[in-house]
Design a protein around this ligand. Structure first.
Ligand code: SAM
Length: 312
């Protein structure tokens, strides 16, 4: 179970791995996968064969060995890691956008959140954790199979008591009337969000916040036009994340003098030249270098936030 949601919906990984649990098998940051622990199964990879029975009873985070002495880590399947390993049935939101959305929508335990579309459930997983233990996420997608797969994923990850997945054309029909005036926040990731905004406005509590994610600025422009009718404090952001590689490497003297990578830190093992006795320092390696990662993700989309105008 992903979030160890017990009857009191308490979220904790402060327990040992059991038969049937979902774990994230971590080889390195760019090589992880979700595995359901099954007493009689094995995991086979380039490091050897790992028996699941060896994993049972170990705490999350344990390093486990293969028959050849290779190792992997068994991590708890948090929303952050789940986002990296889930099967992509659609485009998904990633950690930078997700964290900004949750903060800016002011989502805390106990909130009622409406979402459409569900897609691959990447954002939904984090929304569910943010509203636990007493809140709930109602997420809608008009694609029946995607809704079924999302439900299966929430079941696997132990979140099903916090999320309800509905099949509905939110652009055409709007959110169900049952939620009128009850939502703390609404999140839209739809191709034509402006069609769903009037309904989203009706669902929000006074002072509630809406967020719409769109990859194209033309979608943002149309959404903002629609938002003007009933919303205030309309703001659009693009979240750009810059990752860095920081590692020790060897540099030649000339390289060190002329083409020092951003943030290089020549602090180690400086040697005095024995030849010539001029006291010159030779900055030999190793040197700790930092440079922007080539894997860094660029544009994902624009996040438009708006607050419902209070009428009283
Ligand atoms: C890009 S995906 C959402 C991804 C999601 N935010 C995530 O992080 O995994 C967009 C979803 O909206 C759904 N969708 C498109 N039009 C819709 C509509 N009119 N009503 C409900 N869902 C719709 C699509 O089926 C698709 O699954």
């Amino acid at each position: 179970m992903m979030l160890a949601v017990d009857p009191s919906k308490k979220i904790s990984f402060n327990r040992c791995i059991g038969d049937g649990d979902l774990v994230i098998v971590y080889e390195r940051h760019d090589n992880m996968k979700a595995v359901k622990v099954c007493e009689n199964s094995v995991l086979q990879n380039r490091f050897g064969v790992f028996k699941h029975s060896d994993w049972i009873g170990k705490p999350f985070g344990s390093k486990v060995l293969s028959n050849k002495g290779g190792f992997v880590y068994l991590l708890a399947p948090t929303p952050e890691l789940w986002t990296l390993v889930l099967s992509h049935r659609t485009q998904i939101l990633y950690i930078a956008d997700i964290s900004f959305v949750i903060m800016y929508l002011e989502i805390v335990p106990g909130c009622l959140v409406l979402e459409s579309g569900t897609g691959s459930g990447s954002l939904t997983t984090s929304l569910a954790r943010a509203v636990a233990p007493t809140g709930h996420v109602y997420t809608f997608d008009f694609h029946e199979q995607r809704a079924v797969s999302a439900r299966e994923d929430f079941e696997r990850t132990g979140l099903s008591s916090l999320v309800t997945v509905g099949v509905r054309d939110i652009q055409g029909e709007g959110f169900p009337d049952d939620f009128c005036g009850k939502a703390d926040s609404v999140f839209l990731d739809l191709p034509q969000p402006w069609l769903a905004i009037p309904s989203a406005g009706k669902m929000l509590k006074q002072d509630g916040i809406l967020c719409s994610f769109s990859p194209c600025i033309e979608q943002v422009q149309r959404s903002c036009e629609t938002l003007r009718a009933n919303f205030t404090d309309v703001r659009t952001f693009e979240v750009l994340l810059r990752m860095y590689e920081v590692r020790e490497g060897k540099m030649e003297n000339s390289q060190a003098d002329e083409s020092v990578p951003i943030g290089s830190h020549r602090c180690k093992r400086r040697q005095r030249s024995s030849e010539g006795g001029n006291g010159m320092e030779i900055s030999s390696s190793p040197t700790v270098m930092a440079r922007p990662s080539s894997e860094a993700r660029g544009h994902t989309g624009y996040l438009t936030f708006a607050r419902l105008i209070c009428l009283s």
